[in-house]
Design a protein around this ligand. Structure first.
Ligand code: ADP
Ligand code: MG
Length: 596
């Protein structure tokens, strides 16, 4: 997920993203420069007016009012042009912004559908939504408003410096000393390694918090069903607490340099006045001296405000770089591509050959895993939590690409198959089911959209969910998630099983599909699963060793490697890990009955 664009400036990357809107953005910047230039006309007019006044000092009645009025008109013209050019800049930037964000969104959406499923699992739907809703949307604001503002903010100091130097370089030098000190301090401080690191952590903490909140809120129903609310709330609580700490650290770190910057910029007279006095002591032309000094005294607060703006601009760009970087984790992640000569498997035996896999390139989730799950058989995978069971399940439909070895179906490497073919032959039932906000009929025929009503009902009956669906206000046409339509976890699971029954794929992967439910649901789900598993290659992940009786083969995982495999009979010898798990399982069952 590393991006090659990391080091490109935000501005360059935006230009790249903008495609054909580039020209509009250049127009916008051009008008922004003009507007910034026009905004200095009043200062220049003031300079000449002061000159006129001082030239006649102290006989003010001699002032040439026509000339003064002309300068006043010049000032007014500058203000009007400033507004006009700025409006033009905004018009161009807005058109560019809407077009660019439109392109980005289309690009983003087409891209995420071609991503390996594992990408979504790892990133989490909260983060993906945030990127789509916030990071990409922020691009619109950036191009529409920040881009012209930044251009203007960057041009102003240059024009300002030109004017300051043009009038009298000595005052200019005095003003610049303060500015240079302030800016240098800020730049050196911000680019410090530690500061950069904290800034990065700040971004991450903010993201974690928002992802945790989204997932918490979306999952409340399921959490309650599983009685896990306290645990899950703790996760959100921890994320918020971490965020709070980092915000405090972040603010503390920047408070000194920020205060110094503001103090220096707001006290530029400190540098200017001594120089002014010194020049005054050595000057012969009193009128010219007074005119110049007055001009600098008037213009210096404007200098300060220009550099204040510049600081906000640098903050905005940093934020935008972050947004672009996060967007690029999606836009530049690897997508799945079909093999050139796609092969079709002849039967549905699954073989893992020496498979090693790591989610993060450091901790191995699986190491040298080899086994075969035969067609028509149930292969059960068990082991303690975190031992790699789900990882094995995820590799079969190619949610992730493995690092070493091969996953094959009847000898064909799944990477050599067409992605759609693989998706068609594998059904996957998760522990936590996701139903879509649409009718139950559509939810069930997700895996085979051309199914007719009779087939849908047959699948629902087999999955033991026909009864409660028919009892809903509009039966199969009831929309899931609409007011009042809520299901228990077990009911949702049965709908998911109906979906898999209807799809009728020859390979079935069940990841703890029957875990966590009450006894009644468990009984129904078990019946539904038995219906589903007939004549398929079944890979069943289960904590529940009660399911072991029906398994043809049991694989016991331990820390990412296969500890034991064989039939239950073979594993029931003394001292095996399986026997230990079985004992632990029995104890946990007793606990459950004790609870009740
Ligand atoms: P099980 O299903 O047996 O509980 P998993 O296959 O889910 O175990 O996890 C195996 C290992 O891989 C664990 O150490 C877990 O922390 C890690 N892991 C699982 N999913 C991810 C992920 N999306 N990103 C990073 N690490 C993960
Ligand atoms: Mg698991």
């Amino acid at each position: 997920m590393q991006t090659s664009y990391r080091h490109k400036s935000a501005f360059m990357r935006i230009m790249q993203i903008a495609f054909m809107h580039k020209i509009l953005m250049i127009f916008s910047c051009f008008f922004a420069v003009l507007s910034s230039a026009a905004s200095f006309a009043p200062y220049i007019a003031v300079y000449f007016i002061i000159g006129e006044i001082m030239a006649v000092y102290p006989n003010f009645y001699e002032i040439n009012s026509v000339v003064v009025m002309n300068y006043a008109y010049l000032a007014l013209l500058g203000v009007l042009l400033n507004i006009l050019f700025y409006t033009a800049a905004l018009v161009f930037s807005h058109i560019a912004a809407y077009g660019t964000v439109y392109n980005l969104k289309i690009n983003f959406v087409t891209r995420i559908t071609r991503m390996p499923v594992g990408f979504h699992i790892t990133l989490g739907s909260g983060a993906l939504r945030k990127i789509m809703n916030e990071n990409i949307e922020s691009m619109e604001n950036f191009i529409a408003h920040k881009l012209p503002d930044i251009t203007a903010a960057l041009t102003s100091p240059v024009i300002m410096a030109g004017i300051l130097l043009w009038v009298d370089w000595r005052y200019a030098a005095a003003s610049l000393v303060g500015i240079v000190i302030a800016v240098l301090m800020q730049v050196i401080f911000i680019s410090g390694k530690k500061q950069q690191k904290i800034a990065k952590r700040y971004q991450q903490a903010s993201e974690n918090t928002s992802a945790a909140s989204v997932e918490y809120i979306r999952g409340i129903a399921a959490l309650k069903a599983f009685g896990q609310s306290v645990y899950s709330f703790k996760r959100l609580y921890r994320a918020i607490k971490r965020y709070k700490n980092i915000v405090i650290l972040f603010s503390r770190m920047f408070e000194n340099s920020y205060s110094a910057y503001i103090t220096i910029l707001n006290n530029m007279y400190l540098f200017l006045i001594p120089v002014g006095i010194w020049i005054g002591l050595h000057s012969n032309d009193r009128a010219a001296y007074a005119a110049d000094f007055l001009f600098y005294l008037i213009i210096i607060p404007a200098v300060a405000s220009i550099f204040m703006k510049l600081m906000y601009v640098s903050f905005d760009s940093a934020q935008t770089s972050g947004n672009i970087e996060r967007m690029d984790t999606v836009l530049q992640a690897e997508i799945l591509t079909d093999a050139a000569n796609a092969k079709i498997p002849e039967n549905y035996d699954i073989t893992f050959e020496n498979v090693s896999f790591s989610y993060d390139k450091t901790n191995m989730a699986l190491q040298g895993v080899s086994f075969t799950a035969k067609e028509g058989e149930i292969t059960m995978i068990t082991g303690v939590s975190g031992s790699g069971k789900s990882t094995i399940a995820h590799l079969i439909p190619r949610f992730y690409d493995i690092d070493e070895g091969a996953v094959k179906i009847s000898g064909v490497d799944i990477r050599d198959m067409k992605i759609s073919d693989l998706a068609n032959i594998v059904s996957f039932v998760f522990q936590d089911t996701h139903l879509f906000k649409t009718t139950f009929a559509e939810n069930i025929c997700m895996g085979r959209t051309n199914a007719n009503k009779t087939e849908i009902v047959a699948a629902a009956k087999a999955a033991r969910c026909h009864e409660f669906i028919s009892a809903l206000p509009q039966g199969y046409e009831t929309v899931f998630g609409k007011e009042g339509i809520r299901l228990s976890g077990g009911e949702m699971q049965r709908v998911a099983i109906a979906r898999a029954i209807l799809k009728n794929a020859p390979i079935l992967v069940l990841d703890e599909a029957a875990a966590f439910f009450d006894t009644e649901n468990e009984y129904l789900i078990r019946q539904a699963l038995n219906e589903l598993m007939k004549n398929k290659t079944v890979v069943m992940i289960a904590h529940h060793l009660s399911a072991a009786k029906s398994a043809d083969k049991i694989i016991v995982m331990d820390k990412g490697v296969i500890a034991e495999q064989g039939s239950e009979e073979e594993l029931l010898r003394s001292q095996s890990l399986y026997v230990k798990l079985l004992e632990a399982y029995k104890v946990s069952l007793e606990w459950r009955f004790d609870d009740e």
